[in-house]
Design a protein around this ligand. Sequence first.
Ligand code: NDP
Length: 247
Amino acid sequence: MTGLLDGKAALVTGGGRGIGAAIALRLARDGADVAISYGGSKAGAEAVAEQIRALGRRAELFQCDAAQKNATDALVRAAAQRLGRLDILVNNAGVYPQTTIRKCSDDEFDRTMAVNLRAPFEAMRAAYDVMNDEGAIITIGSVAAEGATVPGIGVYCASKAGVQLLARGAAREFGRRRIRSNIVQPGPIDTDMNPADGETADMQRLSVPSRRYGTAEEVAALVAWLASDESSYVNGAMINVDGGLKS
Ligand code: NDP
């Protein structure tokens, strides 16, 4: 518990499991009240909310399918209203279609772009309206934004490259109100999306100097710092949490 986020209110999309759950808990531990959205993981989200409340912080839950147009815009406005303020937005919800360009259907392409790119766009646009000055937006991208290093990830890479530039665009546009926007780009992190015992796990481990997957908590620690005033002059930054994969 650092107390660095005392008095602040945060929204974490996709906070019911994986990296989003770790971020929601870390922000609460550091003092923030936290709203979390979930798509299908209602039970997971309720369990995270219970842990947040046990820390003495407020937790608010919202069901929101990020693939639906305008759902994330409405989510941000509703969260700010329910919490009474909004200081921190974490765009975390994401999908990872493992498909080659040749095999990717129109629907899968659209869904990937909707969740990974359009929803963060809607969230940023709404956040500019409802967020306090000096707020912090943190978007979870991916090192996949930096290159399609293996077959079958081109569509995902495109969505993450797009959201990287979107987050940097927000840094440029929102600075007038001293709202910062930074992008955190994880390497292999052990979650349902990319389990450390999955089919391609050994190959991914080999690409990391320390030969290990990262944890969701290691991503959350960076997000908490970016959400705090400790990082007050860090804006428009892309920070990899990848154990040196991109070194
Ligand atoms: P998980 O698959 O464990 O979790 C995905 C999260 O996204 C869940 O909370 C899920 O919510 C939410 N989500 C997905 N689709 C929707 C939707 N349509 N509407 C609402 N929520 C949705 O993945 P991670 O925790 O690993 O991923 C979190 C972020 O980190 C993603 O943006 C991912 O791209 C990124 N990332 C992950 C890496 C890794 O190695 N794990 C590496 C690089 C980046 P629900 O279950 O409630 O539907």
